[in-house]
Design a protein around this ligand. Structure first.
Ligand code: SF4
Ligand code: SF4
Length: 324
């Protein structure tokens, strides 16, 4: 546990810790993420970013939560596709989505399940540090409902070293009071939180094959009529560069011809604006990106380029408008 905490602390201090959680509407994944935010905002040296993604408003439908945490300003605004921590809140959701999609080998998995870490890793083909906790059973005892979110939150408080698990109960109770939960239920959740501490089992496992859980490339704007995708992308009201951080712009530089033609940036740019031409030696050579209207500075290309050819710079340092 200590080694993992040290690694997470280093990520929070020097990079951005990314957490992604999958559950069903009503399973508490959103409350878990929001509780972490409530803890983080108490520390003025922490930056935090959190948002949920609902597939439908119905109870039981798959729900995904995203959270970024850092001691540095968080510049990314894209979906989290390669999280350091992946949470599976509800086993039922695994028939609909792959909660491990894109998770790099050696990452942390937190699973609300009756399975042991080895059983879960074998069943879902996972490689990394696997934590399992039977949050539903604990909640059944304290709340008379199988809701694993408080146990998962307790485990996160133990793992993420910038939080103090002893203060987390008080903070959690404050959040629940704000949600107008009856006093008795607030106390029962607090008791459940404490009972969940030190209840997780963990193991380092390696069951994922190289082809398992591959991140799927950007799939366009959904099922649209032929031609409608480019109409939508080029519509005047959909200039996605408006989402970019003000005062910054994407820059591409390859004066030493380092581009190896891997194509990762081309496949992963959600706006399809990477510019390239055929190259007899490496297949394709990237020459830049048309940032004029559609680059939202999501950082996908910056994160994925193995040669670090993309960067974000202040607009004042790069007055050029148009292709970079
Ligand atoms: S060019 Fe890079 S930063 Fe801009 S939208 Fe595409 S992937 Fe995102
Ligand atoms: S990701 Fe980098 S190295 Fe690969 S094609 Fe794009 S610019 Fe070239």
């Amino acid at each position: 546990m200590e080694m993992i905490c040290g690694r997470l602390e280093q990520i929070i201090n020097e990079e951005v810790l990314e957490i992604r959680g999958d559950g069903r509407a009503g399973s508490g994944i959103v409350l878990t993420m929001q509780s972490i935010v409530a803890m983080a905002v108490e520390d003025p040296t922490l930056y935090v970013q959190e948002w949920p993604f609902f597939s439908s408003a119905r109870k039981g439908a798959p729900t995904r939560g995203f959270l970024r945490l850092s001691r540095r300003p968080i510049e990314k605004s894209s979906e989290i596709t390669r999280p350091h921590i992946a949470i599976m809140m509800d086993e039922g959701v695994t028939t609909a989505i792959d909660f491990a999609e894109g998770v790099p080998r050696g990452s942390i998995f937190i699973l609300n399940t009756t399975l042991s870490p080895e059983e879960a890793a074998s069943k879902f083909r996972l490689s990394g540090r696997i934590y399992t906790i039977d949050g539903d059973r604990l909640a059944q005892h304290f709340l008379k409902k199988p809701l694993g979110n408080i146990s998962v939150f307790a485990l996160l408080m133990e793992l993420i070293p910038v939080f103090d698990p002893r203060r987390s109960r008080t903070r959690l109770e404050k959040i629940l009071k704000k949600r107008r939960l009856p006093e008795l239920l607030v106390k029962a959740n607090g008791d459940l939180f404490e009972a969940s501490l030190n209840q997780a089992r963990f193991a380092d496992c390696d069951y994922a094959r190289p082809t398992d859980h591959l991140a799927s490339p950007f799939g366009g704007y959904g099922e649209l009529m032929p031609g409608a995708q480019s109409r939508l992308r080029l519509s005047r009201s959909n200039l996605t560069s408006a989402y970019a951080r003000t005062g910054f712009v994407l820059q591409f530089g390859d004066s030493q011809n380092l581009c190896n033609g891997c194509g990762h940036c081309i496949i992963n740019c959600p706006e399809n604006i990477i510019q390239f031409h055929p190259d007899p030696e490496i297949g394709v050579r990237v020459t830049g990106a048309d940032v004029t209207n559609y680059c939202k500075l999501c950082h996908e290309c910056i994160a994925i380029c193995p040669k670090n050819l993309f960067s974000e710079v202040r607009t004042a340092e790069c007055w050029k408008v148009g292709p970079v």
